[in-house]
Design a protein around this ligand. Structure first.
Ligand code: NAG
Length: 290
């Protein structure tokens, strides 16, 4: 404990990284009763939230240690998907578990949305999906050891829209979000929406499903909230590689935007590249917070 405090103080002195210091959740030091390794596999876990039975999946790090305050990362599915769809398989949870080593570790959560016009998504009727996320945070943090200063959300499309809404509604309760081709409208209006939240987003210049105009609008709200200096975010022409804009902001709330030449996809690639940058850029952004 003392060494943690000293390490925290040294980091603060260094001031190179945005750091708030660890805030261990009530689950630290306890044997988990609800969230076990089984929560990663179907049917996942159920929780009663807003009077409804809702589902979520949780992936624990290898050798989960109840004295280690882990990062909590929400992975929100696109419309027509589910917690199961986004959590299962080799690239589950937006491939972040393949980039985050067991020394750092993270706890991944993938809830399932509700049925709406276009399929299961984050329709957030009456704010029910914000309530769900709050209820899951409470349940998971009472059971597991989480750093309450290191909560994140990411998602593609409707999952990006929901991550934006969570940044609006939860404010400083979230450390950062990574919004992949999201929209400012489809999960309701941005409630609250004035607190800073560290922001990463990416959007395709030729997105035919959710226009990049919405991507710019979400970004600009957090450029403002995060105290960033105005800066032109260049966008690539046809055939060019992505362009990353890193804003100059309040140091605790870094803000980055990536525009890429492409359509509506969670895994854009630069010309000639064999893999996407989405997972790498998301983790590069999330890992700076300690
Ligand atoms: C684990 O990841 C962190 C952050 O990316 C890095 O600083 C550290 O060196 C890695 N540790 C190991 C053992 O690979």
């Amino acid at each position: 404990m003392l060494s943690n405090i000293l390490a925290g103080a040294l980091l603060l002195l260094g001031a190179a990284q945005p750091t708030l210091g660890a805030k261990p959740s009530p689950g630290c030091g306890k044997a988990p009763k609800i969230v076990t390794a089984a929560a990663a596999s179907p049917p996942g876990l159920t929780i009663t939230s807003g009077g409804a039975r809702r589902q979520y999946f949780v992936k624990l790090p290898a050798n989960y240690d109840n004295t280690h305050p882990y990062r909590l990362i929400f992975a929100m599915h696109p419309v027509g998907g589910s917690g199961q769809q986004v959590s299962q398989g080799a690239g589950g949870y937006y491939n972040l578990p393949n980039l985050i080593n067991d020394t750092v570790g993270a706890i991944y959560v993938a809830p399932t949305g509700t049925q709406g016009g276009l399929g299961v998504g984050w329709w957030n009727n009456g704010g029910q999906d914000i309530t769900l996320v709050k209820d899951i945070i409470k349940e998971v943090e009472d059971d597991l050891c989480i750093d309450q200063n290191l909560r994140f959300s990411t998602g593609f499309s409707h999952g990006g829209a929901m991550s934006f809404i969570l940044a609006c509604a939860l404010g400083k309760e979230l450390r950062a979000v990574a919004v992949l081709s999201g929209s400012p409208q489809i999960s309701g209006q941005c409630p609250g929406g004035t607190e800073p939240v560290a922001w990463y987003s990416q959007h395709g210049t030729r997105d035919q499903v959710l226009n990049i105009a919405g991507g710019r609008q979400m970004r600009d709200r957090f450029v403002k909230n995060n105290g960033c200096a105005a800066k032109e975010a260049k966008e690539p022409a046809r055939g060019e590689a992505h362009i990353k804009t890193v804003y100059e902001c309040n140091k605790d709330y870094p803000t980055t935007f990536v525009a890429f030449d492409g359509d509506h996809t969670p895994s854009p690639r630069d010309p000639g590249a064999s893999s996407t940058f989405s997972d790498k850029f998301t983790w590069d952004f999330f890992k700076q917070f300690t």
